[in-house]
Design a protein around this ligand. Structure first.
Ligand SMILES: [Zn+2]
Length: 451
């Protein structure tokens, strides 16, 4: 039972309902024009490795595992079957080499006429989580375990022949599937619902003695690490105000102020996901925070609404759903997906990470919002607080630390937009964020947030 529970704890599933068709019967879906696997990316860090599989359109997929097969020299594998899809030839020819002691490589091939199979060759057994994010669609696989940051290999090993994938053993008995019952509501039965049930990654008999998560260290041995995430950037301007002010520019200015002020205290190790006008995918921002083993992740945004009178400051933590239509529309906009697509997504969030951080995130979010409103109120009259809120922001999914998202007033409101042009207002917002982080750090709330 202990083993079973451990596996359940490590299972992190995203159920994609509306976005995904059920597996279609074999057809000519892989014909030219079918959705294609367009890229495979991997990030390595000390605690896990994240693999992203990009596809040109939404696809139907299923994850599973294969045991090591010493007789054929095959390591333990995780594989993702993508139905009705094609694949770029360059990806077929070039496996993504990782070789960090945890993950050997990621390769892909045509498993059959209708299925692309992406195979993750592991160096050793590990637990993993898999989920999908729409807009653009990508499948994310997080493999737990300490990886070494690899040097760039001098030359990749000879590519595994593409037909190795096709020849790879068909899904031999991957062990008894674990019935994933969790607190999340079951998806409504629907013809358009595909549920990707991931069995325990490795049968108990093969499990590494290492548990996916180390027990928390009782004493902090480092300065509090803060990752500031100015939202949007590059091709993504974020929301735009009535006179043309762009969210991406405002939040970058605030982020730089926060970094400068926090660094000056000498109490914090502060980093930013971006320090220039560049586009960074949402999931990469979270991966950067995890990689840097940040204790606190603060994503900075400016709100917007079709209602030009909407105003005020709010700070969010991650949740599966939104409490009202406005919050759902906000999360959809920040996630870069239509509202309908967001409503079709249900999370089953890993209790070991997000659950453990939820209370601390709620506390920090309230502290941040109160402090920001107070500091801006010193400079302006009529500053409104919308308070602490919750919504399904993708940029917070998978964050392994206390994580909040600030919506610092409405750029769509003419009065608030003009405030946001005033450096004094940005100083006030930054003062509030800094004060809250200092309070949070100094009060020992983070004493147990080491990985
Ligand atoms: Zn934003």
């Amino acid at each position: 039972m202990t083993l079973l529970r451990r596996h359940l704890g490590a299972a992190f599933l995203l159920l994609c309902a509306a976005a995904l068709p059920v597996f279609a019967p074999p057809s000519d879906a892989a014909a030219p024009g079918a959705p294609r696997v367009s890229d495979i990316r991997a990030w390595t860090n000390e605690i896990y490795t994240r693999v992203a599989i990009d596809t040109v359109e939404d696809v139907s997929w299923q994850a599973n595992t294969l045991r090591a097969d010493p007789s054929r020299g095959l390591p333990p594998r995780i594989f993702i079957d993508i139905r009705g899809a094609g694949i770029r030839d360059e990806i077929l020819r070039r496996p993504v080499e990782v070789r960090n002691g945890l993950l050997r490589q990621v390769r892909a091939g045509r498993f059959d006429r209708d299925t692309v199979r992406v195979v993750i060759d592991l160096e050793r057994e590990s637990t993993y989580r898999v989920f999908a994010l729409p807009g653009p669609f990508r499948i994310i696989v997080d493999i737990d375990g300490e990886g070494e940051i690899p040097a760039i290999p001098a030359s990749p090993d000879p590519a595994v022949p593409p037909d190795d994938v096709a020849a790879a053993s068909p899904p031999e008995d991957p062990g008894p599937p674990v019935v994933t019952t969790t607190s999340a509501p079951p998806p409504a039965p629907s013809a358009a619902t595909a549920v990707h049930r991931v069995p325990a990654a490795i049968p108990p008999s093969m499990e590494s003695p290492r548990v996916a998560v180390s027990p928390p260290s009782p004493v902090r041995k480092h300065r509090v690490r803060v990752m500031i995430d100015p939202g949007h950037g590059g091709k993504d301007p974020g929301a735009i105000g009535p006179t043309g002010l762009k969210e991406k520019d405002v939040v970058l200015a605030i982020g730089r102020k926060v970094r400068e002020m926090l660094s000056r205290t000498g109490e914090f190790d502060v980093r930013m996901t971006r320090d220039e006008d560049v586009f960074i995918p949402l999931e990469e921002r979270t991966a950067m925070a995890n990689k840097g083993r940040a204790d606190i992740f603060v994503s900075l945004h400016i709100n917007a609404s079709r209602n030009r009178r909407a105003e005020g400051f709010s700070t969010y933590v991650l949740s599966r759903g939104a409490s009202n239509r406005e919050d759902l529309e906000l999360a959809a906009r920040e996630n870069g997906v239509p509202v309908g697509k967001l409503q079709g997504v249900k999370f089953i969030i890993d209790d070991m990470f997000t659950g453990a951080r939820k209370n601390e995130s709620l506390r920090l979010a309230k502290t941040v919002n109160d402090a920001v409103v107070r500091h801006v109120s010193h400079r302006y009259r009529g500053v409104h607080s919308l308070g602490l809120k919750q919504a399904p922001f993708y940029v917070l999914v998978g964050a392994r630390m206390t994580a909040v998202l600030v919506e610092a007033s409405f750029i769509s409101n003419a009065r608030e937009e003009s405030r946001l042009r005033d450096p004094s207002c940005l100083d006030g917002i930054a003062d509030g964020v800094v004060e809250a982080i200092r309070y949070y750090g100094q009060n020992g709330i983070l004493a147990h947030s080491d990985f």
